[in-house]
Design a protein around this ligand. Structure first.
Ligand SMILES: Nc1nc2c(ncn2[C@@H]2O[C@H](COP(=O)(O)OP(=O)(O)OP(=O)(O)O)[C@@H](O)[C@H]2O)c(=O)[nH]1
Ligand SMILES: [Mg+2]
Length: 376
């Protein structure tokens, strides 16, 4: 087997037959297989099986009943299951023309790269298939931001957000990837310096079906970027900072409405504690949720911890001010920083600790949780 074509699909039924037909035509005379990694909730799996029966090259289906880590997770699962060393990843909606694959293979055959990226933004490529001006601006802007954050690792890559690439799977450590959201190539390139080759391609319009891109995906992407660049602790700090500001704004608002400052402070704290928990769940620790038991028990732990923390922090603050005669704002700063570190360790090690048998130990969970700065 020379090549495994990996196609992540989510409700792409109407595109399957046409995609497989064009793949067969474009890759005629080569040894290859097609692997669909499917998270669909409709009849797409049945359509894939039907098409597989009618083709003379191997078409495999991996259907995930419990999808993990969305599109990125699906691609990683496909790479794991691949028979070939070289894996071609492409969308299932024909925005990535199968006819470009031979050029990508030729580029890889030169032998000096680990990954060949089909780029919309290199001379000769076009992004015409992006739906509308907003999508184009968002795509362009986020590409620039991403390249600015990883200037060295993404130096040779004009389109790190593309979902169309050919990868030598022996050059990536699949276990080190933390796929979340849509941008799996970025995850691969940011983890490790790879040699990148590019070929231009014309991004087509969707053949049939509906787009799965959304604002939620956009927010996930920004979190992914922050975590890749600065590690999980900074995403955690970001959420904490937003929470602290929200806390003060709520308190100020309630006092203006005539409430006494003590109940105002208590209400503001409780609202922030709940809001912070939700942000941690869906942004910072999203990739660890499935392994760390039930959401309700995580909420109870987090809620109890934060309330105890507030109960300890205030007396410590007055001790520092009255006992050690520190200026109050400075003292408050010290207690907040100390509380932040303790809170991070508590959430990473206990609230989001993996529950499954054979799961990593708390020590490795913390290493994973704190993340690393990936580029010097
Ligand atoms: N397995 C799997 N595939 C997904 C998931 N979400 C999206 N996909 C597939 O990933 C590919 C890209 O998704 P699209 O909805 O086309 O996203 P896009 O190309 O950025 O958006 P459009 O330009 O509007 O098409 C398609 O083949 C989808 O079916 C998912 O959660 N799991
Ligand atoms: Mg698409």
């Amino acid at each position: 087997m020379d090549l495994t074509v990996i196609v992540p699909t989510f409700n792409e039924g109407p595109n399957v037959a046409e995609l497989v037909r064009r793949l067969g035509a474009a890759l005629q005379g080569r040894e290859f297989e097609v692997v669909f990694v499917d998270d669909s909730t409709d009849d797409t799996p049945a359509i894939i099986r039907g098409v597989a029966d009618a083709t003379d090259f191997p078409v495999r289906l991996i259907h995930r009943d419990e999808p993990d880590a969305g599109l990125g997770g699906a691609v990683v699962e496909g790479i794991r299951a691949a028979q070939a060393r070289w894996c071609l990843v492409m969308d299932g909606d024909l925005q990535h023309p199968p006819e470009d694959i031979p050029r990508m293979i030729d580029r890889a055959a030169v032998g000096d790269v680990d990954v060949v990226v089909a780029s919309r933004y290199v001379a000769g490529g076009t992004a015409g298939g992006l739906a509308g001006a907003t999508r184009t601006v968002v795509s362009r802007g986020s590409t620039l931001l991403t390249k600015a954050m990883f200037p060295r690792k993404l130096h040779g890559c004009s389109d790190p957000m593309t979902g169309f690439f050919l990868l030598d799977r022996e050059t990536v450590d699949l276990d080190s990837l933390r796929p979340r959201g849509f941008k799996i190539l970025l995850e691969i390139l940011a983890r490790r310096q790879l040699r990148v080759g590019e070929v231009p391609f014309a991004f087509a319009t969707r053949y049939a079906g509906e787009s799965k891109a959304s604002l939620t995906q956009g927010i996930r992407f920004l979190t992914q970027l922050a975590m890749l660049r600065f590690g999980r602790m900074s995403a955690f700090a970001l959420v904490g900072g937003v929470g602290a500001i929200a806390n003060l704004v709520i308190m100020w608002g309630l006092i203006r409405l005539g409430m006494d400052y003590v109940p105002a402070a208590i209400i503001a704290s409780e609202v922030t504690i709940i809001g912070n928990f939700l942000l941690l769940e869906y942004l910072v620790f999203a990739d660890m949720r499935s392994e760390s038991g039930r959401m309700r028990s995580r909420f109870v732990k987090s809620f109890v911890f934060n309330n105890i923390e507030a109960l300890i922090r205030i007396p410590v603050l007055s001790l520092l001010v009255q006992g050690a005669h520190l200026p109050s704002v400075f003292a408050a700063g010290i207690t907040l920083v100390a509380a932040f570190v303790v809170r991070f360790v508590f959430h990473a090690l206990w609230v989001y600790a993996p529950k499954r048998v054979g799961a990593p130990s708390p020590q490795s969970a913390l290493a994973q949780a704190s993340g690393r700065t990936l580029e010097g």
